[in-house]
Design a protein around this ligand. Structure first.
Ligand SMILES: Cc1cc2nc3c(=O)[nH]c(=O)nc-3n(C[C@H](O)[C@H](O)[C@H](O)COP(=O)(O)O)c2cc1C
Length: 564
């Protein structure tokens, strides 16, 4: 299997890193902004919407969001709300400056701030690329008739070269993490506006490519290609299950309309020169999703998320803050202050968000494949140590037999809660494996990064690996990373809401993580690390709002910012 070969080849070892150039070629640094020169540019409205929607409402099942008294009604889908949707998911969150260098940060995080992910929308018989710097849509094509004009689709693509420029062969993994983060960012922005959003398994990657014009060779002459990742339907309809209700548009009809349309614009070239990574090209081809036509049931082979109403009694630290502020405030921490301590309740509340009964988990249609190994450093009333958090408790027996025999597997109950909880999903899901000061272990495993040691906790996301790839196909490799990115996106927002800050960690030593846990073979693989703590500000950096028209509403502030 190419996906497994790629994965093994791109592991970091104590003795050597995954193949890369080994230095940064500044002369070929990719332009972070893709543009389609010659396309009609339509500026997006700048008005803020849904400013009073509380952060916790992001996790309400869509059917619970219709509450006219509190103003929690879905926004109509129009030019203005689409602008707000994109601004609060894929837009710019800040401009940073240090000396002569000035760079943009975005609402969605990205490994190395390289941003391989591009966003597209299809609406009103038009296919448009989102230009985040200008906060504008570039109209790539208009259909001959207003084919399926009433649908609102959002799609994501990757320009793999942006990550490969810095990270070499491991870059494909980061593009997939970033796609997962972007799916999460879009789902949260949709939730803020009272909308549902579901990835559509009925579309093959080839169909997405034709719809977005990615297969139009002449439009990319000399420019880096975009790889289709996913397409989602966004609606104002309450309830669950767009995918299964026949409400999704027929891919063949839209693909046919795209083929007959008149296209405008040519992709800009992002780098003057490129390094080829043949294994990235091979894994890209091998993991393309063939769609339902070829696969019988596509993603639906995997268990569908069952809608359930959340009955959590865990206090929620972020409950009163406006969702929009938390979303736009999200940043990666560069360093943590080891004096910061997280409340025990807050940790349980965060873990509870990773259970799949509510948004953002309705955006995907497979059951949890990714679970957590936590390195708990500074959580009030919790023994420091290595813990397991199972997003599906049925995995318990499997993990016990796959991991070291000496692990304790001691269940940890949330504080202030009687054993008769009406929320059994999370109370039995956290287990102490080893009481130990795991700071230096976490630091070493995460490529010797102090952010893995100095915070409240850090973690490794362990994915069921070989079995889903063999059962569903190699295309599922990408989805495992998307699930990790989604977990990361939830935790990024949870950190902000709790007064802390988080950082995704793509750099870690793969096999040493498995050895620590006693794992062998390809049954489970560590796919992403993550950390959270009290951030330390980097006072050398100055910060400006993402858009000049927001200058008056946000003061010029100094905030911690990330760099790898
Ligand atoms: C997939 C992924 C991997 C990352 N890996 C690391 C890492 O190993 N070390 C680090 O300090 N930051 C890491 N980051 C954080 C990025 O550097 C950060 O997201 C980027 O600089 C943009 O800054 P922002 O998140 O504040 O918008 C990672 C982020 C992502 C999404």
């Amino acid at each position: 299997m190419i996906a497994i070969r790629y994965h093994d080849s791109t592991k970091h070892h104590f003795s050597r890193f995954a193949p890369s150039l080994g230095y940064l070629d500044w002369a070929t640094q990719p332009n972070p902004f893709r543009r389609y020169d010659g396309a009609v540019v339509r500026e997006l409205p700048r008005a803020s919407l849904a400013t009073t929607v509380p952060y916790t409402a992001l996790y309400d099942p869509p059917s619970q969001r219709v509450d006219e008294a509190s103003g929690l009604v879905p926004q109509a889908i129009d030019h203005g709300s689409i602008g707000e949707f994109l601004r609060c998911s894929m837009g710019l969150s800040a401009w940073k400056q240090h000396g002569q260098s000035r760079w943009a940060l975005r609402v969605n995080p990205s490994s190395g701030n390289l941003h391989p992910t591009e966003a597209w929308i299809v609406r009103d018989g038009r296919v448009c690329h989102y230009a985040p710097r200008e906060h504008a849509l570039e109209e790539r094509c208009v259909f001959e008739s207003r084919t399926l004009a009433e649908y609102f689709l959002v799609a994501l693509t990757s320009i793999t070269w942006r990550e490969a420029w810095k990270y070499g062969e491991r870059a494909f993994r980061y593009c997939q993490h970033d796609t997962g983060h972007a799916i999460g960012a879009l789902r949260f922005a949709a939730a803020m506006l009272g909308w549902r959003m579901e990835l559509l398994a009925s579309w093959s990657d080839a169909q997405i490519a034709t719809l977005l014009g990615l297969d139009r060779d002449a439009d990319y002459a000399g420019a880096e290609r975009e790889e289709p990742e996913c397409i989602a339907l966004v609606t104002t309809q309450p309830g669950y299950g767009i995918r299964d209700s026949g409400l999704d548009p027929d891919p063949d009809v839209l693909v046919d309309a795209a083929r007959r349309a008149t296209w405008r614009g040519r992709a800009n070239r992002l780098s003057s020169d490129h390094v080829q990574w043949p294994l990235i090209e091979a894994v890209t081809r091998a993991t393309r999703y063939p769609g339902i036509g070829d696969k019988g049931s596509g993603n639906r082979d995997a268990a569908t998320v069952e809608p359930r109403t959340s009955g959590s009694r865990i206090p929620d630290p972020g409950s009163l803050q406006p969702a929009r502020e938390v979303i736009l405030r999200r940043r990666s921490a560069l360093a943590f202050d080891p004096r910061g301590v997280l409340q025990r309740d807050a940790l349980f509340s965060m873990l509870n968000r990773l259970q799949t009964f509510a948004p953002p988990w309705d955006v995907i249609d497979w059951s949890p494949q990714v679970h957590l190994v936590l390195f708990v450093h500074r959580v009030q009333d919790m023994t420091p140590g290595i813990y397991a958090y199972l997003r599906d408790v049925n995995v318990l027996g499997e993990w016990k037999s796959a991991m070291r025999g000496e692990f304790l597997w001691e269940p940890v109950e949330p504080a202030n809660q009687s054993p008769r909880t009406d929320h059994p999903a999370h109370s039995a899901n956290l287990f102490l494996l080893v009481p130990i000061d795991a700071g230096s272990i976490a630091n070493r495993l995460s490529c010797d990064q102090e952010i893995a040691e100095d915070g409240f906790f850090s973690l490794s996301m362990l994915a069921r690996f070989e079995e889903p790839l063999r059962t569903h196909g190699e295309w599922f490799y990408r989805r495992l990373f998307w699930e990790c990115g989604l977990i990361g996106q939830v935790l990024y927002l949870e950190a902000e809401a709790a007064g802390g800050r988080a950082t995704g960690i793509g750099c870690y030593y793969d096999e040493p993580v498995h050895e620590l846990l006693g794992l062998s073979g390809h049954g489970w693989q560590s796919l992403y690390h993550f950390s959270m703590g009290l951030p330390v500000e980097d006072s050398r950096l100055t910060s400006e709002p993402g858009y000049e028209w927001e200058m008056t509403s946000m003061s010029n502030s100094r905030l911690p910012t990330p760099k790898d």
